[in-house]
Design a protein. Structure first.
Length: 249
C-alpha cells in the first residue's frame, strides 16, 4: 500500500493553510473512511491546537532532530476514527536553527525518512506547513507527493507563488515524484475583483487551479476557537460543504 502525502504550503501567512489541511484530513478520515496522519509542520502548532493536542509532547521537531526517534510513539489519536496527528510547538523553531547549524550533514530528507516508517499504516499523510522558506519547508517538500496551495484572492500575488514554484522545482531534483497538484482560493466572495484574480491565475499557467473555492465564512474562525473540524462544528456551513467538494475534486 502506498501512502499519498499532501503538503499545504503558501509562503505568505493567512491564506488558511491550517484550516484547509486540518479539515481535509478530517474529511478524508471520517467521510471517505481513509487512514490519515496529519503532521503539524508549523512552529505555531495551530493544526495541533485544532484537535486540542497542543502541548509539550514530542512531535515533528523530535523527528527532525533525532533520526532514531520512535515515530509510533509520537502519533496522537484525535478522537476521530482514522485520524491521527504528529504535533508541533515552538521547539520546531529551535529544530530549524539546529539543522541549519549542522553543516556537516544533509537534513533535507529527514522528515521523509521518518514518515517512511509508517507508510504502510496510512492511506494519506497531510502536512500543514508554516509560512516560511526554511529547512522545515524543504523537508516537507522532500516528503510530499502533492503540493496544495491555498490562496487569498484579496492578497493575490504572483511573486510569492512564483517563489514557491521555484522551490518546488528545485526539490524535484531529489524528489522527482513531487507534483504541484494545484491552488485553491479561500476567503472567497462573489466579487468581480476575485473573479479577475482567478482568471489571471488560470491564464498564467503557473500551476493548476481547482474549481472549488472556499467562501469566507465566520464559522471557520469559530471552529478553530472551538477546536472542532467544520464538519463537526458547523456541518451545514458553506465552508464545510466546499471542503468536502475540494476533497472530491
Amino acid at each position: 500500500m502506498s501512502m499519498t502525502t499532501l503538503a499545504f504550503i503558501n509562503l505568505k501567512g493567512g491564506p488558511g493553510k491550517t484550516v484547509s489541511a486540518a479539515n481535509m484530513a478530517h474529511i478524508l478520515a471520517t467521510v471517505h473512511k481513509k487512514r490519515v496522519l496529519l503532521v503539524d509542520g508549523d512552529k505555531q502548532g495551530n493544526a495541533s491546537r485544532y484537535f486540542g493536542l497542543y502541548g509539550v509532547q514530542e512531535g515533528t521537531a523530535e523527528l527532525l532532530l533525532n533520526r532514531d526517534a520512535n515515530v509510533d510513539g509520537m502519533i496522537c489519536a484525535t478522537g476521530y476514527k482514522g485520524l491521527d496527528v504528529i504535533t508541533s510547538n515552538m521547539e520546531l523553531y529551535a529544530a530549524d536553527r539546529a539543522l541549519w547549524d549542522d553543516q556537516d550533514n544533509d537534513h533535507t530528507m529527514d522528515l521523509r525518512n521518518a514518515l517512511d516508517r509508517v507508510r504502510n499504516d496510512y492511506d494519506f499523510c497531510v502536512i500543514d506547513n508554516g509560512p516560511s522558506a526554511d529547512l522545515i519547508t524543504l523537508n516537507v517538500l522532500a516528503a510530499a507527493d502533492d503540493v496544495m496551495i491555498p490562496l487569498r484572492p484579496d492578497e493575490f500575488s504572483f511573486s510569492g507563488l512564483l517563489d514557491l514554484v521555484e522551490q518546488v522545482e528545485s526539490v524535484q531534483e531529489i524528489n522527482p515524484g513531487l507534483t504541484m497538484r494545484g491552488a485553491f482560493f479561500t476567503h472567497w466572495q462573489n466579487r468581480p475583483l476575485f473573479a479577475e484574480a482567478r482568471k489571471s491565475l488560470v491564464e498564467s499557467g503557473i500551476c493548476p487551479v481547482f474549481q472549488t473555492a472556499i467562501n469566507y465564512n465566520p464559522k471557520v474562525p469559530e471552529s478553530t476557537m472551538a477546536e472542532k473540524p467544520l464538519c463537526v462544528y458547523a456541518p451545514r456551513s458553506w465552508a464545510a460543504i466546499q471542503y468536502k467538494k475540494l476533497v472530491l475534486e
